[in-house]
Design a protein. Structure first.
Length: 97
């Protein structure tokens, strides 16, 4: 019932940097000094990661993102800002603070 799928994960060393958008809140900036670079990470997904997967594996046009917690915050940002990157979104318990 479920079509053949390729499940791909992206290893990450600084989730707060890559999964968050810039904050004007001084406390956020102090406690999470590397945060706020999600725009670059989204560009990486769009311009490098997805093309690499498509050129390496036999893929279809259907792309699904499944994320939770801080990754859910990133998936929510993608949904609002670049919804064309994925056809389906499964966002579980996103950190929408």
């Amino acid at each position: 019932m479920i079509p053949e799928s390729i499940v791909v994960g992206i290893g990450n060393v600084d989730r707060k940097k890559d999964f968050t958008y810039p904050s004007q809140n001084k406390l956020d900036q102090k406690e999470f000094p590397t945060s706020g670079k999600s725009k670059s990470f989204i560009a990486f997904i769009q311009n490098e990661f997805q093309p690499f997967i498509d050129s390496t594996y036999s893929t279809t046009s259907t792309k699904i993102i499944i994320e939770l917690s801080l990754g859910g915050l990133l998936a929510t940002e993608i949904l609002f800002k670049k919804p064309e990157l994925f056809e389906n979104y499964l966002i579980v318990n996103p950190s929408l603070w």
